[in-house]
Design a protein around this ligand. Structure first.
Ligand code: ADP
Ligand code: MG
Length: 318
């Protein structure tokens, strides 16, 4: 069994491309490019809460990095550096190597230098801190939504929740869809290109990790606004094809977490630009509602009736 320092050398010391000093010293040294501001975020994954202790280590490595990269995307930032603090119950070298490969694959895929961390014995816990860059003043915050703005969501939110329900035997998915939904759960794809392209376009943005409605409520709260969603505009089709149950599909779309799609607001005038962007990055962007100046959340039903709805996100302490 390797010791702590062996383990660091074998699994965590990786080449860097834009870092002054990486793993091996008391601290890492790096500098943002001129005119850029640093954006920093930490997102921790705890065994038994965010993943099952017997999760595939390679996929877990990818996801541990990806959920942090997604926070950069949600700010309109380019991810650049990451550190990883981890507690391991024991040194299981094949496990750590596989985890590290998955983590590194995500870092390499998004041009991120892995520059440090901390390794200790304890209940399995994974805690990256990520650093990104954004041109000064251009970070896309949650508090900028304005009356009349459109509300947009990227991709196909809800697929990860269907994948999870399928793995738990709570829902049967149509054959060819099950692998696709489980893949979305295990290998979320952070929407960095979208986030960066929305600088100067989106008025507010976040990544959906706890469910569309619950996360939309964060934007509404920070922006002191309300929202009216259009039921007929919700991107339900693939979810319905996957599970063939309207209620499960709708609840996965509105309340399912773990998709890491971007939810953003933008003024009406930006519609053409956003539609062109969707074609350019080959990612569907759905306009699902609009921002109101009175607080609250409403859904315009297919029938034309408008109903108040409760934001049902996932709250770890509920
Ligand atoms: P110190 O004793 O100064 O706290 P450590 O022994 O904790 O240093 O770590 C030695 C070096 O290894 C540091 O550069 C640290 O950033 C790096 N390191 C430790 N754990 C990890 C990890 N999980 N991922 C990446 N780098 C790590
Ligand atoms: Mg240390």
């Amino acid at each position: 069994m390797p010791g702590e320092f062996d383990l660091i050398r074998r699994c965590f010391q990786t080449p860097t491309s834009h870092t002054v000093l990486g793993v091996g010293d008391d601290g890492a040294v790096f500098a943002p490019r001129p005119g850029m501001q640093l954006v920093v975020s930490t997102d921790m994954l705890v065994a038994g809460r965010h993943f099952l202790p017997d999760a595939d280590p390679g996929l877990l490595g990818w996801k541990t990095a990806a959920v942090n990269v997604s926070d950069m995307a949600a700010m309109g930032a380019e991810p650049r550096w990451i550190t990883l603090a981890l507690a391991l119950p024991e040194i299981d070298l094949p496990w750590v190597e596989a985890f590290s490969r998955g983590f590194r694959a995500c870092c390499e895929g998004f041009g991120i230098d892995w520059v440090g961390g901390d390794t200790t014995r304890g209940p399995l816990n994974l805690c990256p801190t990520i650093f990104g860059e954004v041109p000064a003043g251009q970070a896309i915050r949650r508090d900028g939504a304005r009356h009349g703005d459109d509300i947009w969501i990227s991709g196909w939110p809800g697929m990860a929740a269907l994948g999870l329900a399928h793995l738990r035997d709570a829902l049967e998915l149509v054959g060819e869809w099950s692998a696709c939904c489980v893949e979305r759960l295990h290998r979320p794809m952070p929407r960095v290109a979208l986030g960066v392209s929305l600088r100067g376009v989106a008025s507010a943005m976040l990544d959906v990790s706890d469910g569309l409605l619950g996360d939309l409520a964060h934007i509404l709260e920070r922006s002191d606004a309300g929202a009216l969603l259009d039921e007929s505009a919700l991107p339900l089709a693939p979810l319905l094809a996957a599970c063939r149950r309207t209620e499960s599909a709708t609840s996965a779309l509105l309340s399912g977490g773990d998709d890491y799609e971007l939810l953003f607001c933008a003024p009406r005038e930006a519609r053409g630009q956003i539609e062109a962007l969707a074609r350019h990055i080959e990612l569907p962007l759905h306009r699902i509602g609009r921002i109101l100046d009175k607080p609250g959340l409403w859904m315009q039903r297919g029938s034309g009736v408008t109903e108040a709805i409760a934001p049902r996100g996932f709250d770890h302490f509920a």
